[in-house]
Ligand binder design. Structure first.
Ligand code: HEC
Length: 507
């Protein structure tokens, strides 16, 4: 597939899905209609369009390329309702209700955005031998394939052993040779059930262990930082429609000693448990340190109204000192009622976070737009616009502008993404490479993708893309990236038969 990588110049290309689905968040949470999408699709559409919308003999793919009849919600509803009977696409009007047609249009949009489509069946294929790329040749080795299918984060330690999180299980260590430990005992509790869509492989859960990072002075102080979502204490242990769970983001630190989590301290916590249609899929939960010991974190959206609200921690990035104190130069510390740790505002599903030690800039990735993912420069106090400004405006004039009428935020006040990917690759985490092993990549972004299963290298100069290449193609769903002290690049891959860690090093 051809990707178009653009440096954004205008327009916030944000998706319609969430804005629409969020009209009444409480209802959606427990509503059968919303979750009827997959079985509706399975029963009526999969035979021609494939189980994962990838296409089948009698129909066309609905993901992975442009749609002839358009991909706004309205256009999709029109395609489904009217069909193209002469080409073999049934008109579903009269057969399905308007609500069912809308549900299916939303489902198609969700799959296209990469937010929910999880095809873990795709084999992880590591190219053998020496791999050529523009500046450096490298080889790829597998460290382990013995992890849970849904790992979330890796952190390479100074001795080349690794900490890894499996979001529904907890923390493990992996030796430099690939020996996987038992779960670290005493770490925050996780929940390994998923909501309703489990049989589809769709990971709607609550109560997950997310990012793991070590302190910049880890060798001296041993601190390990963990971002997780704590499931509401009263919500019971089983997820069902009568008892939908809620959760909240929490960041803690502790030390790992002989298989145990010790010296536990809460560094940051969202004050309230909040309901969330997507549960923890959009929780963000990434962490990044700068060399001075400031800790940045991404906290995804929960409630559409809270994203632009400075008194809510959701849909923001945050910055604290390594012990959780609020830095006195944070952008909103002087604003009455503002959550003082907020660094940037207006995010939807911030999947990646990295600090560039040379430029001293913080970068984030985000699943935002229809047909496009973003890399954002997280300037202090920046407002990235979600959910007030949306890409709907580009097609048919239909604007989705949740809360815009009652807000003073102007489009011109929002920060535009630096890089956009079209179509969506389902961007994951990124690093700004600083290692010695691949000196010519110094300062470049290495960016992972879930849907495209490719590893991208991007070089920016003054906000413009000046170099771009795919370093690894079709390796598997890349969930996280980290770089060792010597500069080897480690990738964390999801796969149905076992999550994997692979290492790129000089040949
Ligand atoms: C009998 C096979 C068949 C079934 C069942 C079917 N489709 Fe289609 N569908 C097609 C074909 C063939 C096309 C492509 C028509 C063309 O060539 O433009 C299509 C086109 C589409 C398009 C427009 C694609 C574009 O490029 O714009 C959408 C959206 C779509 N189908 C959704 C659905 C949904 C949702 C269902 C289930 C309710 C469904 N289809 C059921 C055969 C089918």
């Amino acid at each position: 597939m051809q990707y178009v990588w653009t440096t954004a110049v205008s327009g916030v290309f944000l998706s319609l899905i969430v804005a629409t689905a969020y009209a009444e968040p409480e209802n959606l949470m427990a509503s059968d209609d919303e979750f009827a999408g997959p079985s509706l699709y399975e029963n009526n559409c999969a035979v021609c369009h494939g189980e994962q919308l990838e296409g089948a003999a009698q129909g066309v793919p609905l993901v992975g390329g442009d749609l002839k009849q358009g991909e706004t919600l309205e256009e999709l509803m029109h395609s489904i309702a009217k069909g193209m009977p002469e080409k073999g696409m049934v008109a579903w009007e009269g057969v399905l209700s308007d609500l069912e047609i809308k549900t299916l249009a939303l489902l198609v949009k969700e799959y296209r955005s990469g937010l929910v489509a999880i095809d873990l069946t795709k084999e992880v294929e590591l190219p053998p031998g020496e791999i050529l790329s523009t500046h450096h040749n490298f080889k790829v080795d597998r460290i382990t394939d013995q992890l849970d299918p849904f790992p979330y984060s890796i952190s390479v330690l100074p001795d080349n052993s690794l900490l890894v999180t499996e979001k529904m299980f907890g923390i493990r260590t992996v030796s430099a040779e690939g020996q996987v430990s038992a779960l670290i005992d005493g770490a925050p509790k996780t929940h390994n059930d998923v909501y309703v869509l489990a049989e589809q492989g769709i990971e709607f859960g609550a109560g997950w262990i997310l990012d793991i990072q070590v302190h910049p002075l880890f060798q001296e102080n041993g601190w390990v930082y963990l971002h997780y979502t704590e499931r509401c204490r009263d919500c019971g242990d089983v997820m069902d429609d009568d008892n939908p769970p809620t959760s909240r983001n929490v960041v803690v630190r502790g030390r790992i000693d002989d298989g145990h989590w010790r010296d536990h301290e809460v560094i940051w916590s969202a004050p309230d448990f909040e309901a969330n249609y997507y549960l923890d899929v959009v929780a963000g939960g990434r962490l990044a340190f700068d060399p001075e010991g400031y800790l940045f974190m991404t906290v995804g959206m929960r409630d559409m109204d809270g994203i632009q609200d400075l008194s809510s921690p959701y849909g923001k990035t945050h910055r604290v000192h390594d012990d959780g104190r609020v830095p006195s130069d944070n952008p909103f510390v002087e604003v009455d009622g503002a959550y003082p740790t907020i660094w940037t505002v207006g995010h939807r599903s911030p999947q990646g976070l990295a600090f560039d030690a040379s430029s001293r800039q913080v970068w984030g990735t985000e699943h935002g737009p229809r047909g496009g993912d973003e890399i954002n420069l997280l300037t202090p106090g920046g407002n990235f616009g979600w959910p007030l400004f949306s890409g709907g405006q580009n097609y048919d004039g239909t604007e989705v502008a949740h809360g815009r009428a009652s807000s003073e935020l102007e489009f011109a006040d929002t920060v535009q993404p630096t890089v956009e990917f079209t179509p969506s690759i389902a961007i994951s985490n990124l690093v700004v490479y600083q290692g010695a092993m691949f000196a010519q990549w110094h300062g470049d972004f290495l960016v992972g993708s879930l849907k495209a299963t490719d590893l991208f290298r991007i070089r920016l100069d003054d906000g413009q893309i000046v170099e771009q290449e795919i370093l690894l193609k079709d390796v598997g769903r890349i969930r996280d990236i980290d770089v060792s002290a010597s500069g080897a690049v480690y990738l964390l891959l999801e796969h149905r038969s076992g999550g994997q860690i692979v290492r790129m090093a000089s040949p």
